[in-house]
Design a protein around this ligand. Structure first.
Ligand SMILES: *Cc1c(COP(=O)(O)O)cnc(C)c1O
Length: 466
């Protein structure tokens, strides 16, 4: 093992060096993947030197998500304290289902969940970790289904159920409706206002329409940080409707649910204590390694109702309270809690709060930059860490793809209300204002150097033509 750790150290150092050299990684087209890299598996063992060479090349060509050139999805950076926790979790290799197998790691997980429950304002709340936000959203939907018809886990679905979500919500909602037996056709997409937030009145109208048509509405899914615009649905008002019609309220905070930890931005999820369940990805705004997805539930019993199952071979000591497998989607489950715990332990709640606030500061800076530079068009608004814009009217997919293929930046694009734009996400808490300026400068220089590619012609050249 000692030699392996030495090799790890060497490879990690190599990665850090490469990260200084390239914005993200040298571009490797998928069509050339198997020609460029030695990925095939062979019958015989590999010599040490070849093995190391093979790993080095693999690392070199893998996109580096921790660099200030990566803005592609809703994560980024590399927080050392969180990385330490995840490395230790790999070395320890516990499975979180029982106290017998995980010991004090169970306490690590429970302390995080209990602390977050207290911040929300739930007295006896519960929760668990799941393999990603899509899956913790699935757990919310399963509880919604089972709580509105407790016979479903035994008999299956007999009456048609409906779920409600905004047109701007994450694609896991229809996918999960398919998994749950509710069906994609029973997902109602509610229209949004001009900032991409669900319209409570339209929601209420749709619920009444469905009830009159004989459906059983089971779930309203709200989003705290929509995937494209980073908007926050109004929880308070919708919670009222959910109470009125006895519908489970889940808040998908996978992207920006971590505002919970910021006194300054917690108002964006005002009313969260009225939700039945809340999902949050610490691997997005809190910057832990992937994945670190929490599901928090107002009533712990609902988790047991939907996810516990007897298993004599597994649960042999201790009370249910310490055997976390009884509230889990999985059987064996990796320890995703430790990386958040090491981070939190090290920087304190104030450190997490600063981390969240800093990302909003970076977004404010980016919006200011755009507003002060006439070549840009802004499609975003305050209180969002997604900054959507276009540059010189260039088609966003063309520009993003060219930046990718020439290894300048990884950034994605999105659309809303008929506009298509580049989406800069300021979720790498390690970025500075200078990194954001560099992002824009990189785009500007790149466009300047590749005018023909974007159908822009230099007016001076045109004049020379005449
Ligand atoms: C990222 C995201 C998800 C999915 O989370 P994964 O961990 O990628 O499965 C769900 N909802 C929203 C709003 C997200 O931003």
């Amino acid at each position: 093992m000692a030699r392996t750790l030495e090799l790890f150290q060497q490879l990690a150092n190599l990665m850090l060096q490469k990260e200084d050299q390239y914005a993200v990684a040298p571009y490797l087209p998928a069509s050339e993947l198997y020609d460029q890299l030695d990925l095939n598996l062979s019958e015989e063992p590999m010599a040490d030197a070849d093995y190391q060479e093979s790993l080095s090349r693999l690392l070199e060509y893998t996109p580096k998500t921790a660099t200030p050139g990566f803005f592609n999805q809703l994560f980024g950076g590399r927080n050392p304290d969180a990385v330490l926790g995840d490395l230790l979790a790999v070395m320890l290799n516990n499975s979180m289902y029982t106290y017998k197998a995980a010991g004090p790691q169970v306490g690590v997980e429970k302390v995080i969940i209990n602390t977050l429950n207290r911040v929300i304002g739930w007295g006896q709340g519960g929760g668990t970790f799941g393999p990603g936000g899509s899956m913790t959203n699935l757990m919310g939907m399963i509880m919604a289904r089972d709580s509105r018809n407790p016979s479903v886990p035994f008999d299956g679905i007999k009456n048609k159920m409906t779920v409600y979500t905004s047109a701007e919500s994450h694609y896991s909602v229809p996918k999960n409706a398919a998994f749950c037996g509710i069906g994609r056709e029973q997902v109602r997409y509610i229209s949004c206002d001009e900032q991409g937030r669900i319209q409570p009145k339209a929601l209420k109208d749709q619920i009444e329409k469905d009830i009159n048509a004989g459906y059983l509405p089971v779930l309203v899914n709200l989003t705290a940080g929509t995937t494209v615009l980073g908007s926050f649905d109004p929880i308070e008002e919708v919670a009222q409707t959910c109470r009125e019609y006895n519908i489970w309220l889940h808040v998908d905070g996978a992207y920006c649910g971590s505002v919970l930890l910021s006194k300054k931005y917690k108002h964006l999820i005002q009313g969260i204590e009225k939700a039945d369940s809340f999902s949050l990805n610490a691997h997005k705004m809190l910057g832990t390694p992937l994945s670190c997805s929490l599901l928090l539930v107002r009533d712990q019993d609902m988790l047991y109702n939907s996810f516990s199952n007897d298993a004599a071979y597994l649960y042999q000591t201790d009370r249910d309270e310490f055997n976390l497998g009884k509230t889990s989607l999985q059987c064996g489950r990796r320890n995703d809690a430790l990386k958040l715990w090491t981070l939190w332990k090290r920087v304190g709640t104030t450190g997490l709060e600063q981390l969240v606030n800093h990302q909003f500061d970076l977004a404010d800076h980016a919006r200011n930059y755009i507003e002060n530079h006439p070549d840009y068009t802004l499609f975003s608004f305050p209180d969002s860490v997604s900054v959507c814009f276009n540059y010189k009217g260039i088609d966003a997919p063309t520009l993003c793809t060219a930046l990718y293929e020439q290894s300048r930046l990884l950034v994605g694009y999105g659309s809303f209300d008929g506009d298509e734009f580049i989406r800069l996400v300021t979720v790498n808490g390690q970025n500075s204002i200078v990194d954001i300026d560099n992002f824009f400068n990189t785009i500007e220089d790149f466009v300047q150097d590749n005018q023909a590619l974007f159908g822009l012609t230099d007016p001076l050249v045109n004049q020379d033509d005449f």
